[in-house]
Design a protein around this ligand. Structure first.
Ligand code: NCD
Length: 312
């Protein structure tokens, strides 16, 4: 098993073999999670602190479950009720927690780069649970595991990532990961939601949805991130759904066995048709959630091994 890093801050620094190591280990945690007794003790004695400065359902709950299933002592900081509200800086809060000797710090923050900065200040392993528009590495890893299990491989696939690319750390981490594993990635959406420099990442860009998903193996939808928009990026949600919302007719242009993905939270009737999202023959959205717990277990397990090796 090789995973070199002390932290998991993004997909960008990872080597393809590290990605494979992580996914292989996550596969074994999928099996554990399907058993009646879901307990391991690989994190026994370690303290995990979750600091979420932004709302989260799936990511926070799965990091918490992952830590508990591996035997860690898990604390969720209620950031809304913390001293950040009294003007304490991110770094001061982190240094305070650092003095309590956590081993694993899971951080989500609205500012790109905030998690990297924090990782430089603390002594423990830091996992990025999403920073601004920058990276969301465990999301890309859980998406990769979902794809690998559904398609039997994670290379030479045609994958369309559709919608609000501009505001999406999920898109960025996925583009990096899928590119490293030698897939063909297409970005599909209105030009206002696809930043020009994306072309430098080796992707193809389409503004016509049917053309963009034609012949694809995987269609990954993204939420319109209105909380990150400070102006009108789309004329109206109705118009957006008409042109870019995924429904059965548009999906008909992808391969007959193409899978449909969405990281959640979904806006039904905005980026995706509700019936299609619930269609268990096409949609793997629930599998993505299941893989999320396993991937986070694998990531924390590998980081804890490195912590132990460092201490020895
Ligand atoms: C995403 C996020 O927070 O980046 N959700 C998630 O982690 N599953 C995507 C989103 O908010 O749309």
């Amino acid at each position: 098993m090789t995973y070199r890093g002390r932290h998991l801050l993004g997909i960008e620094p990872l080597h393809p073999t590290e990605i494979t190591t992580l996914l292989d280990l996550a596969d074994s945690y999928v099996d554990l999670n399907r058993r009646a007794q879901k307990r391991s003790d690989v994190l026994a004695g370690l303290t995990q602190i979750n600091m979420f400065f932004e709302n989260s359902t799936r990511t926070q709950s799965s990091f918490e479950l992952a830590g508990k299933r591996l035997g860690a002592d898990v604390m969720n900081m209620a950031m809304q009720a913390s001293s950040i509200k009294k003007g304490e800086t991110l770094i001061d809060t982190a240094m305070t927690l650092n003095a309590m000797h956590p081993d694993l710090l899971v951080v989500r923050h609205p500012h790109s780069g905030a998690v990297d900065l924090l990782a430089q200040k603390v002594n423990c392993a830091v996992l990025n649970a999403g920073d601004g528009r920058h990276e969301h590495p465990t999301q890309a890893l859980l998406d990769a595991l979902t794809i690998r299990r559904a398609k039997g491989r994670l290379h030479r696939l045609n994958i369309a990532i559709c919608g609000d690319i501009a505001h999406s750390r999920v898109a960025r981490s996925n583009i990096l990961l899928l590119g490293k594993m030698e897939n063909r990635v297409r970005l599909v959406g209105p030009p206002t939601l696809i930043p020009g420099p994306m072309k430098d990442l080796g992707v193809e860009v389409y503004d016509d949805m049917r053309e963009g998903i034609a012949g694809c193996d995987v269609v990954m939808m993204l939420r319109l991130q209105k909380e990150r928009m400070d102006g009108g990026f789309v004329p109206s949600e109705r118009e957006y759904y008409h042109r870019y919302g995924l429904d059965a007719e548009k999906l008909g242009h992808a391969k007959p066995d193409a899978i449909v993905m969405h990281p959640g939270p979904m806006n039904r009737g905005v980026e995706i048709d509700g019936t299609l999202a619930d269609d268990i023959n096409r949609s793997v959205i629930q599998e993505q959630v299941e893989m999320g717990v396993a991937v986070r277990m694998a990531a924390m397990d590998l980081l804890a091994r490195n912590l132990r090796a460092e201490a020895a």
